[in-house]
Structure formats: structure tokens, C-alpha cells
Design a protein around this ligand. Structure first.
Ligand code: PGA
Length: 249
């Protein structure tokens, strides 16, 4: 069964004190209702986040993870380290990881395999750049990102995959895909997954939209039949805004 999810990607924001106070506010205000609520603070604040959220339904996710199990990879974090503190969901392939840290589809395929072999759930981000959209190549790009990073998986493994379609031109820009553009792309993604696998896999996969989702536009975007929630950046940093987006379901 497809799940509705609203996930906050905090990126490199919020120190320890800010993390604790934002989570305390969310814990009191957020009635998860129809949607599962996820927050992704930075690594050093994952464990404190888990402590604050102990008696709540809000799930804590990591923003990234290394593909290797352990070893000489200075500055990196492994799946086992995340699982050791109780983190079992990881965001992979965010466009900022792709752009600033040169993460390719091929590397992401390895990270996905590592996450799944550790029984973790993956929120897999992908999406086209502005030039792709302008040249009409957006569907081709999105399809190739899926094919290169995820289509080696078995249909069974897709139960641990959440897709997050995030057009790069809409991330942190205030520019949002229109609800129709989001719906069209999500329907296309579902069709591509169905073509590679089967109708059940396609129907069951949760597809989030990301890119300047705000309280003012969340309801309309989430009302589209193939949009199963959102990955929220900027608006996840304010308790009231995030709370309103969660409640848009
Ligand atoms: P934004 O970020 O909501 O600030 O556009 C979304 C994301 O990067 O996941």
C-alpha cells in the first residue's frame, strides 16, 4: 500500500539547541493524521533528535550515507552507524549531493544497494534541471536517473524505496512546479516503473514532490492523484509552516 509522507530535509541548518527546540515544537503541534512525518537533521543532531522524538510518531532520517560498510573514508558515515543509533531511513541522491559532491547515478546505485542490504528505507531524489525542462528532455532525464540508479533492483526491493521527484529548478528558488506539472511527471514516473516492473509495484510506490512546497501551495499539490506527499526544504525549518504542510493532507 502506498504511504503518504511529508519529510523535512533540514540540510546544513540548525545547531543542537535549534534542533531540539524545533522538534519539541513539532512534536506538540504535529498530528500526523494521514501522512507519515519524517525529519532529516544533520548527522551530529540525529541522535539528539531521536531522544527528543522518543514518544512521538515522527521518524528521523539521515540526509546521506556512504556506500561502503566501513574503512578509511574520512568524514563519512556508514549504514551500520546510522542503524546503531536507530536511524533506518536515508535520503539519497539529493540534487545538492549530485551537484556539489559529484554523486552520479552509478554511485547512487551502490548507495541504494548498501542501504537495502542493511534493511534501510531509501528516499531516492531525482529530477531534471531547468535546461532539460526547457529543451523538452525532462522525461528522458528522469527516466534515465531511475534506470541507472534503481532498475537493477528486484520488484520486492521496491517496498523499501520512496521516490522524491525534485525538479532542480524548483529547489530553494521559490519557483514551484505547477500542480499539473507535478502530476504529469509523477504519472509518467509511475508508468515507467510499471513498464519495468508491474502495475502493483508502480501503484504501491510512494512518490513525493519536492521543490518550494509551502503552506500556501501544499494542499493543491498534494491533491493530485499521483502525488503522495512532499520533501520539504526551507519550509521545514519553521514549525508552523511544516505543521501546516503536514496538515494539508
Ligand atoms: P525547498 O527544498 O523546499 O527549499 O525548495 C526542497 C529540497 O531540497 O528537498
Amino acid at each position: 500500500m502506498r504511504k503518504y509522507i511529508v519529510a523535512g530535509n533540514w540540510k546544513m541548518n540548525n545547531d543542537l539547541t535549534e534542533t531540539q527546540s524545533l522538534l519539541k515544537a513539532l512534536k506538540h503541534e504535529t498530528n500526523s493524521g494521514n501522512a507519515q512525518v519524517i525529519v532529516a537533521p544533520t548527522y551530529v543532531n540525529l541522535y539528539p533528535a531521536i531522544e527528543v522524538l522518543k514518544d512521538s510518531d515522527i521518524i528521523v532520517a539521515a540526509q546521506n550515507m556512504h556506500q561502503n560498510a566501513s574503512g578509511a573514508f574520512t568524514g563519512e558515515i556508514s549504514a551500520a552507524m546510522l542503524k546503531g543509533i536507530g536511524v533506518t531511513t536515508v535520503i539519497l541522491g539529493h540534487s545538492e549531493r549530485r551537484a556539489y559532491f559529484y554523486e552520479s547515478d552509478e554511485l547512487l546505485a551502490q548507495k541504494v544497494d548498501t542501504a537495502l542490504s542493511n534493511d534501510m528505507r531509501v528516499i531516492f531524489c531525482f529530477g531534471e534541471e531547468l535546461a532539460d525542462r526547457q529543451s523538452g528532455n525532462h522525461e528522458k532525464i528522469v527516466e534515465s536517473q531511475l534506470r541507472n540508479a534503481l532498475f537493477h533492483l528486484s520488484a520486492n526491493q521496491w517496498s523499501k524505496i520512496v521516490l522524491a521527484y525534485e525538479p532542480v529548478w524548483a529547489i530553494g528558488t521559490g519557483e514551484t512546479a505547477s500542480p499539473e506539472q507535478a502530476q504529469d511527471m509523477h504519472a509518467f514516473i509511475r508508468k515507467v516503473v510499471g513498464g519495468k516492473y508491474d502495475a502493483t509495484t508502480a501503484d504501491n510506490v510512494t512518490i513525493l514532490y519536492g521543490g518550494s512546497v509551502k503552506p500556501a501551495n501544499a494542499k493543491e499539490i498534494f491533491s493530485k492523484p499521483d502525488v503522495d506527499g512532499g520533501l520539504i526544504g526551507g519550509a521545514a525549518l519553521k514549525a508552523q509552516d511544516f505543521f501546516e504542510i503536514v496538515n494539508a493532507f
